[in-house]
Design a protein around this ligand. Sequence first.
Ligand SMILES: *Cc1c(COP(=O)(O)O)cnc(C)c1O
Length: 468
Amino acid sequence: MLKIQPEPYKIKTVEPLSRLPLDERKAALLRAGHNTFLLRSREVYIDLLTDSGTNAMSQEQWSALMRGDEAYAGAESFYRFVEAVQEVYGFPHVVPTHQGRGAENILSKSLIRPGDVVPGNMYFTTTRLHQELAGGSFADVIIPEAHDPSSELPFKGNVDLAKLAAVVKKFGASKIPYVAVGAPVNMAGGQPVSMENIRLVSAFCREKGIRVVLDAARAVENAYFIQEREKGYAGKSVKAILLEMCSHFDACAMSAKKDAYANIGGFLAMRDQGLYEQAQNLCVVYEGLHTYGGLAGRDLEALAQGIRESVEKDDWIAHRVSQVRYLWKALDETGIPLMRPCGGHAVFVDAKEFLPHLSQENLPAQALAAAIYEDSGTRSMERGIVSAGRDAATGEDHKPALELVRLALPRRVYTQSHLDYVAEGLGETWRRRARIPGLQFSYEPKYLRFFQARFKPVASKCPSAAFS
Ligand SMILES: *Cc1c(COP(=O)(O)O)cnc(C)c1O
């Protein structure tokens, strides 16, 4: 069999790219307060900040835009969008939102009462914030291996059923509005959840009368990992596996900026009529009428097409995961410490191991993301103490076990030679790692601080002589 898996698409429209010289990249980094979110995109060469909304749409999606029905209420585009969600995700009721956090806001406000606890398999930044803003708190019930970058478990995103049972016992089922399952788990390096685990969590919750809600942003990837790794699924299509996954959930919150190949959009989908009515009602308050949810008719058309495309054949998702693995392998061969095993949407560099001379207070992952940009113009993001934020009750920093830098691959955007360049650039950063200074906050916003915070270098301590 041929080893090379070329991109399953060819290029019809091009967007020129250029790389700033080193002195201008240094100036840009200073202006941005060492936060890659504050760089302008013209200052970035290869943009691996996120795979959210950065997808390249297909010719069918671009064609669909022209069909957009821009009626305020009851647009045909809305009904086509709903049919696509029903067909691919299997939930009967759908409320559109402008993006994933719009769905999280509505879900949290509909179901969480002050004092409630929401167990989940590792926090996600916006998800936890909306739970807290609604008066709830988050309880981590992921298996312990997920917090260990070196563990090679195939389903490292699984819920720890004993931990979940303990949380339910401690607080009582009446204090638990739902269990939130992310599949795969973004903050754990894109690690998948097995079908068996989903089935067990769902059965446990059903018995206790607790809802289970899927964070479906990258559920197509999760289905692909199940096909690849779980017994009994090798012969099933990703589409069939995704439907089976969803069949175990009462509802799902979706950021369609991820696996649905759209540039904007999201939805909340559910089985229960009561939640549907409540969500539709809150949609008018926060997003717009329940038949557009903050989106234009043309966005809904592109979404409907993208949702179907994401599972129409397995080649798209297979290629996506193979691209991520290609970059992972190139970095691994350089000796760069990585989160293992490789996930589906991004390569996560272990910043603690990369910069052992920096303590967590020196913000190693933030410092590394800045250094990577400086060396090659590649933009990545911090997933460590900065992203974890502060405890809502005590104001203390959350101190996550993982200090990661995420290199996320936009779907269908970059070619293999771009990835070769990124790997070479990180090799440069790896060679000068002992001289990379730590950072400290110079400005810290109250909510989701990683997006808008600014940093300055801490006076460097004597760099280790072990490195040249
Ligand atoms: C992106 C994302 C969200 C939030 O979605 P937005 O569209 O960015 O608002 C929620 N959960 C997960 C796992 C995500 O990756």
